[in-house]
Design a protein around this ligand. Structure first.
Ligand SMILES: NC(=O)c1ccc[n+]([C@@H]2O[C@H](COP(=O)([O-])OP(=O)(O)OC[C@H]3O[C@@H](n4cnc5c(N)ncnc54)[C@H](OP(=O)(O)O)[C@@H]3O)[C@@H](O)[C@H]2O)c1
Length: 310
């Protein structure tokens, strides 16, 4: 099991070094020094921060017990940690992903910088306890840092349970998740009415609906925003990556399309962290390179989108 207090101390000492608020621009020449701290954002209302690039696990970590497949996922996670990664996102909905994560975490020499997030995903209130126990067992982590109600399924029953676990110290933060435009009206009303710490939503250069209401609302309420599908499930690459990178990407220090797509997402002032998923070490390396880039200001951010989708 991971020592929670040590982990928190380390996290906060990194935070004072490296918390960079959205909207500040740093000259490109200062970007890429490998010793420079990684880009982090605060969890609103706390003294804690997370690196702005995390890691998703849907599909990419859902692999059967075949040694070569599992070893490759362990390498992906290892690269994530080596490059300053913090937040890992999973769910009981993702098949073998939590089991594979637990095995991969067990191979790491250092786990105290991880920020572990999973979800309760069941239509039956009575199943939540068993599901939580499975998650703790599979990850080998206690307490879990963050537990969401996945896709708002049965939130009326699960939110009070998450609150109880938070009060007991079994989890540290409570969240609600949704994706690609589902149940946004309901999410909006819950952000207004429920005492939650995090929301997880979709945002990417092509799907910007959450920028209109949900993200600004969460920002006003002091709720952290985690972004899923930052690559629109990978379709952004098939659509755009055959083209040369726009000149603006080079000006911002981006070395590849992944960094350009991710910079658009995490430079929104209301976004705390994005959780791209990959099954490949080389892709993890590209994605995590974003942690060394400066955040463009809002005007430049709009130009990023225009340069791709206009
Ligand atoms: N409702 C919810 O709670 C909810 C819903 C959706 C997603 N999520 C979470 O959010 C995470 C991210 O969303 P997502 O997995 O749907 O999609 P995504 O992160 O937008 O895209 C993942 C795809 O991008 C590819 N990719 C990643 N890095 C790349 C790179 N540098 N170059 C080229 N291709 C790259 C991956 O392929 P390779 O494996 O080949 O790299 C994969 O196919 C999920 O894994 C999950 O944890 C939560």
């Amino acid at each position: 099991m991971i020592n929670h207090h040590r982990r928190r101390l380390l996290r906060n000492s990194f935070a004072t070094l490296a918390t960079i608020s959205a909207g500040c621009a740093i000259p490109a020449r200062d970007l890429l020094a490998s010793t420079s701290p990684v880009l982090r954002k605060p969890i609103p209302g706390t003294d804690e921060s997370v690196p702005v690039i995390g890691m998703g696990t849907w599909i990419t970590f859902d692999v059967p017990a075949q040694a070569n497949l599992r070893a490759r996922r362990a390498s992906v996670l290892q690269r994530f940690v080596e490059m300053g990664g913090g937040m890992i996102d999973s769910s009981p909905m993702y098949g073998y992903a939590e089991e594979v994560l637990g095995e991969s975490i067990a191979t790491l020499k250092k786990t105290d910088t991880l920020f572990n997030a999973s979800k309760i995903w069941t239509p039956f209130a009575g199943n939540a306890n068993a599901q939580m126990a499975d998650t703790e067992k599979q990850w080998g982590v206690k307490p879990m840092d963050l537990m969401y109600v996945h896709n708002l399924v049965k939130w009326q029953d699960h939110l009070p349970k998450l609150q109880q676990w938070k009060d007991e110290g079994r989890i540290r933060y409570i969240g609600l998740s949704t994706s690609h435009g589902r149940r946004h009206a309901e999410m909006e009303s819950l952000i207004k009415s429920e005492p939650i710490d995090f929301v997880q939503l979709t945002l990417n250069i092509e799907d910007t609906e959450t920028e209109e209401r949900l993200i600004p609302l969460a920002q006003d309420k002091g709720i952290a925003v985690v972004v899923n599908r930052p690559f629109q499930r990978g379709t952004l690459f098939s659509k755009y990556a055959g083209n040369p990178l726009p000149g603006l990407a080079g000006d911002l220090g981006c070395r590849n399309w992944a960094q350009y797509f991710l910079l658009y997402v995490v430079s929104h002032p209301g976004v705390t962290c994005a959780i791209p998923a990959t099954s490949q070490v080389a892709h993890m390396q590209e994605n995590m390179g974003t942690l060394k880039l400066p955040l463009p200001d809002f005007k430049t951010r709009a130009l990023i989108r225009k340069s791709v989708t206009a």
